[in-house]
Design a protein around this ligand. Sequence first.
Ligand SMILES: [Fe+2]
Length: 388
Amino acid sequence: MSGIVLAAATNSIAAAPRLGKTGLFVPLQGVEVYFNYYWLRDACPSAIDRQTRERVFDISALPAPLRASTAKVENDVLHIVWAQEDHKTELPLAMLAAHNAGGIANDPADLPRKQWYGDQYPMFARFPQREIEHNQSVRARFARALIEDGIALVTGMENSDDSLTRLVHTLGPVTPSVDGLYFDVRLEVEPSNLAFTAKALELHTDLPSEEAAPGIQFLHCRENTVEGGESLFVDGASVAEELRLIRPEDFELLASHEIPFFRRHANWHYKSYQRVIELDRLGEVSGLTVSQHLQDNIDLPQHLLDLYYPAYIRFINMLKEQRFVSRFRLNAGECIVFDNHRIVHGREAYSAHSGRRHLRGCYTDRAAMRSTYRVLASQGCLIDPVNG
Ligand SMILES: [Fe+2]
């Protein structure tokens, strides 16, 4: 919902808008709905520049308090004449009703998350890379899967650096991390991360040590002939929402307190505070921040830790329950793409000398991905004329 105060009255439908002291009571679909004067003035279409599509109206330049002198409804349009300036505002009732129903909503990217569990792998949305690149409807469905499921599997990737670059650019620009624009997950002689060894990699989200942890992660499997090394993926939102049901006091602790994460090496020392359970503006779980290998010593008060640690350990153990974990082998030519905040990932250990394993990765921003989806949706790209 938006910040607007929606004081829907219980009065029967009014013939005309009613002027209040601080706002207007507008008859909408059988009830009077309250709209603040400042909001109505800011919502005037003249506030947005046609060329730049940015707001060019300065609400702070008006005398306060803002008042309307008259208001009427004609042909389903609200007409307001303002008291302190020579200006009229016209707003379609349909726009006000839509706002009343869903806040700023009417956002095609504001789609509910579909929670999933350990049996999800066969149901992961799958898209051939070539289709994502050349078919706008497929690209829209790819972005939609990332919004709803938080994960998608791309097939038919070429064994080249350019292949990953072209794929990420279908959603947004590559966002850098301390590792640069791209990273390679394979055995290194002097590894700076557990990922660059053959050891098991516990369930985690990437780079919580950065102030804004990466959004959408891409892992392009270039080569995988080793024994072991199965990939592990968990819908963190599913686990956290279940925790909220069965242990609400644990959920509250993990969603309320920030704990420190670090990443240290010869030439860097990152540190950031994050909440283990991230909530969106509606209070729903939007993601997790979990990384035991990048977690600093927790500096919450010691007596609070008497409660926090047991809750944290119970939650980490819940994440590992097989009913939540999708376990599968990532094959050469595939790229797993996922929301790095919502989807917790890991890897089983592999035999270092049994073959070769090389994943190449990068990130793009979640807002960039949603932007791509909004543009495609506005262009009507959601229905594939070939595949339905
Ligand atoms: Fe990772």
